[in-house]
Design a protein around this ligand. Structure first.
Ligand code: URA
Length: 438
C-alpha cells in the first residue's frame, strides 16, 4: 500500500482540514468493511470528518463508496418505475406502512428496506413484526422476486447491503459523531441507493420529536441529501415536515399498525394523511406516474376509495408469511393487559402534546428500545391521543395507555400528564408540511 493511503496519513489530512481524494475516501470505507482499519483509527477519522466536514464532492464520493461496500440490488428486470420513501424518523410515524401499498396500487414498484426503532423513534420493522408470522429478513433474491410479483416488499437491512454503514454507524453511535451532515448522507443514501430504486422521496423531520430538532439544520440536511442523491443519478426530493406532536393518534407497534389499517380504510387521522399524501404525490410525480400534484393526489385517494391499497397491503402480509386476518380483524394484533384512559382534569383546548414526552412514555411502557439488542413489546403504547387545537370536556379521555403492568402504567401516566397541556384559548395546530426541496 502506498504510504499516502496509510490510515494515519488519511486521518491527519482530514484533521488538518484538507480535502480528501476519492482514493483516500475509498481506502477509509474499505478499511471499515474489511476490518483493515482498527476501530480507533475509524473513530479518529469519524471525529475528524465531524469537526472538519466534507465538501460536496467528498460527500458524493463517500456516499458512493458506502453504497458499493456491499451488493447493490439489481432490479433492472422490473419494468415499472421503482420509488421509495425514507423518513429521518419521528414519533408515531407509521406512514411507510400504508403509503407503500397506496403507491404500489398506483402502478409504481416500491422496494423498501427499513430500520428498527432506536432511542425515542419507532421503526417500521418493529411495527410490521407485531403482525404474527411477518418475516422482514428476506434475502435479496426473495426481495426481488416478491417485487416482481406484487410490486411491494418491506424488509430489513441484509448483511450484504452497505456493510460499511453497519460498522460506521455503530462507532458513530458511541463516539459522539452521529450529527454530521456528510456522515448522515453517506449512511442514509448508501442503504437507500443500494435497494435498486429509480427515485427517492425523503421525509426530513424537524421539531422536538425529530432526530434533528432545529429546522435550519434539518433543511441543510435535506438539501445535502437531495444534492448528493442527484449527483449519483437518482432524482430525489425532500419534504420538510414538523414533528412537534406525535403523528396520528397512536404510538406503539401494534397500535400503529391498526392506525395504518384505518388509514387504508379512509379513516386515518388528518395529520397522518396530510404527510402521506405530500410524500406520495412526490413519488408519483418523480416517477412520471402523475403530471401534477392534484392528479397524483386523486390517484392516491382512489386507491383508498376502491380498496386496492388495502388489497396490496394484504397481499404483502401474505407474501411475507404474516397473519393477514389482522386487516379485517385488527383485534387479532397483540393486546396489552391493561388499557387505561388518562382523563382531563378540567375542560379546555389542547395547547400542546409534546412528542418527546409521549415517546418517552411509550419507551417506558416497553414499545421501544434503549439499546440495539433490546426486545420491544408489540402490544404496549398510547392510543386515542388528542391533537393540538381540539376541545376537551372535563373527565374526557386525553389518550388511552396500553400497559402490561402497574409500574410502567404509573410511569407512563406521569409522562403523559406532563406531555399534554390544556388551556382556555383555542390554538392553531402547527403547520405540518413546511417545504418541498427539489
Ligand atoms: N439514519 C441513518 O440510517 N443514518 C444516520 O446517520 C442517521 C439516521
Amino acid at each position: 500500500m502506498s504510504p499516502s493511503l496509510f490510515p494515519q496519513h488519511i486521518i491527519a489530512q482530514k484533521r488538518d482540514g484538507e480535502t480528501l481524494t476519492r482514493e483516500e475516501i475509498l481506502a477509509f470505507v474499505r478499511g471499515a468493511t474489511d476490518g483493515s482499519w482498527a476501530d480507533y483509527q475509524l473513530s479518529a477519522m469519524l471525529m475528524a470528518i465531524f469537526l472538519r466536514g466534507m465538501t460536496a464532492a467528498e460527500t458524493v464520493d463517500y456516499t458512493q463508496a458506502m453504497m458499493h461496500s456491499g451488493r447493490v440490488a439489481d432490479l433492472s428486470s422490473i419494468r415499472q418505475p421503482k420509488a421509495d420513501k425514507h423518513s429521518t424518523g419521528g414519533v408515531g410515524d407509521k406512514v411507510s406502512l400504508h403509503l407503500a401499498p397506496m403507491v404500489a396500487a398506483c402502478g409504481v414498484t416500491v422496494p423498501m428496506i427499513s430500520g428498527r426503532g432506536l432511542g425515542h423513534t419507532g421503526g417500521t420493522l418493529d411495527k410490521l413484526e407485531s403482525i404474527a408470522g411477518f418475516r422482514v429478513n428476506l434475502s435479496l433474491d426473495d426481495y426481488r422476486a416478491q417485487l416482481k410479483r406484487i410490486g411491494l416488499c418491506l424488509i430489513g437491512q441484509t448483511a450484504e447491503l452497505a456493510p460499511a454503514d453497519k460498522k460506521i454507524y455503530a462507532l458513530r453511535d458511541v463516539t459522539g459523531t452521529v450529527e454530521s451532515i456528510p456522515l448522515i448522507c453517506g449512511s442514509i443514501l448508501a442503504k437507500k441507493l443500494a435497494e435498486g430504486i429509480d427515485v427517492l422521496v425523503l421525509d426530513v423531520k424537524f421539531g422536538r420529536g425529530a432526530f434533528m430538532p432545529d429546522k435550519l439544520k434539518a433543511r441543510e440536511l435535506a438539501q445535502a441529501l437531495v444534492a448528493v442523491a442527484k449527483a449519483l443519478g437518482k432524482p430525489t426530493r425532500a419534504v420538510l415536515t414538523a414533528m412537534e406532536e406525535p403523528l396520528g393518534r397512536s404510538v406503539g407497534n401494534a397500535l400503529e399498525v391498526a392506525e395504518s389499517i384505518a388509514c387504508l380504510r379512509g379513516e386515518g387521522p388528518a395529520d397522518t394523511m396530510a404527510v402521506t399524501y405530500a410524500l406520495g404525490e412526490q413519488m408519483l410525480l418523480l416517477t412520471n406516474t402523475a403530471r401534477t400534484p392534484a392528479e397524483a393526489r386523486a390517484q392516491l385517494e382512489s386507491t383508498i376509495l376502491d380498496g386496492t391499497a388495502l388489497k396490496k397491503f394484504t397481499e404483502m402480509i401474505e407474501a411475507q408469511g404474516g397473519d393477514a386476518r389482522v386487516v379485517e380483524e385488527p383485534g387479532r394484533l397483540p393486546q396489552a393487559k391493561l388499557k387505561v384512559p388518562l382523563v382531563a382534569a378540567h375542560a379546555g383546548f389542547v395547547q400542546d402534546v409534546d412528542a418527546m414526552d409521549v415517546a418517552l412514555a411509550a419507551l417506558r411502557l416497553g414499545a421501544g428500545r434503549a439499546k440495539a439488542e433490546d426486545k420491544v413489546n408489540p402490544a404496549v403504547g398510547v392510543s386515542d391521543l388528542v391533537k393540538v387545537g381540539e376541545p376537551v370536556a372535563a373527565g374526557a379521555p386525553l389518550c388511552v395507555i396500553h400497559a402490561n403492568d402497574e409500574a410502567t402504567l404509573t410511569a407512563a401516566k406521569a409522562l403523559l400528564e406532563k406531555a399534554i397541556t390544556l388551556g382556555t384559548k383555542p390554538v392553531k395546530p402547527v403547520k405540518l408540511i413546511d417545504e418541498i426541496i427539489e
